[in-house]
Every structure is written in C-alpha cells, then in structure tokens.
Write a protein that binds this ligand. Sequence first.
Ligand code: MN3
Length: 268
Amino acid sequence: MKNSISPDLKVQNSRRDFFKKASLSGIALFVTSKFSFAARSASAGNPTLNQAVSKLAEYQLTGQSKQIPLPYAYNALEPCVDAKTMEIHYSKHHAAYTKNMNESSATTDYATKPLFQVFSEMEKYPVFLKNNAGGFYNHLLFWTIMSHSTGQEPEGNLLTAINESFGSVAKFKEGFSNAGKKQFGSGWAWLSVNEKGKLVISSTQNQDNPLMSTTEVKGIPVLALDVWEHAYYLQYQNRRPDYVDSFWKIVNWKEVSRRYDEALGALK
Ligand code: MN3
C-alpha cells in the first residue's frame, strides 16, 4: 500500500516545491499556470492514424528535406492551370516553404523527426514551423495528384468507396468542390481516409492538413486542392469557382487510388 502511494506523494511534493519556488515571482507562477492550461486544452493526435502513417514512406521525410522534382513540365496542366502559375507556385512558393522549414527546424529536434511525428504533436511547435512544414508536405502531395492525362475517373476500390460514402462520383465532386469554394481565405480542400477507413471531405485554413493534431477533421489525405490565390490568381483572378471546376479535368485518379489503397493497407 505504502509503495503504491509514495510515487504520487513524490509528485505532489515536487509540484509543491516547484510552485513554492515559482511563487517567489508572481510572473513565473502566472506563466506556469497558463502553460499548464494550454497543454491540457491542446487537441491530441489520433493514435490509430499516427500508427498508420508511421508505416508510409512519404511521412518519414524530415524537417531537412528537399522538394521532389515536379513530375511534369510547367505547361503540362494547361489550359486548366497555366505554365506561369505552375512555375511560380513550384519554384517560388513551394521552394520558400521548403527553405523556411529547413531553416526553422535546423536548430530544433525537428530536423531529425519524421513528418508524421511532428504533425501528430503539432501543438508543441511554433506556428511558423507549422505553416512551413504544412506548406512543404501539402504541395508535395498536390503535385502528385495532378496529371496532364485527361479523361481519368475514379475506379476500383476507390470508386466503390466514393459511391458508398457520397452516393455517386458527381455528389462527391460537388461536396469536395464546395469545400474548396467556400473555404474563407487561403486554405485547402481534402479527401482523406479517417481512422475507421472511411472517406471524409474537409477543408483547412492556411497550410494546415488533416494529419495535424491541431486539425479538427483528421485522416490520411489522398486528394488535395490548393485554394490559395497564388494557385490560380494569374489565370482566374477572383474566379476561384472556375479554377475549382477545372481541377477535375487534371486529377490523377490512378495516383489517388494508389494512395487510397495504401492508406487502407496502413490502417490494417
Ligand atoms: Mn500553394
């Protein structure tokens, strides 16, 4: 009995000593209380999802990673996305997120931590790192799920899952498009596989993504659409809905299907 109580007493005593020391300064105590509250109220990552993404090669990348080469030419997605937009988006915006992530992580343990782990405890890191690590990963995914090949539609397991979750491909596209069109300000629309293996549509602000512990709708993303103005403004100006509608002509459904099967496999 005594043995089982003593560890708690030790904790209580060390807490008492700590607060006794802290109370020597009113400010120190205030900061400590505030910090404890923040730690308690931060949203937690999802253990099932964390375990699944820890198996996927892409999320082993760290805070010292490079951009992957764009898998097609800048003009490959025309006329849906113009070459100049793609060039600036890849060689300036994505390059900047990558550089900022590398620089801001260089002096922290984030440099060697895999992305899945950082995303799963995102609340522990500065917002600057969240924005740039998110920007690094989100674009890396985004480039792969587009293609110059036209005429592709969902098929196989993914088609079955879309029909089960949303009723039809048309209804799914409407829901996903609305997530992108209605996202206020900069952000992303997502199709993800949640911890139960079900497809979910969501949107996030800034460079947040469904893998982050701080994001409300969590999942393993399989399709993403960048609705920041830098993704479409040169060509579409204020007409974001037109950009979103044209996106369907350049979705690389083979890659989305591959990601869907991979996510389901990792959840098993
Ligand atoms: Mn972008």
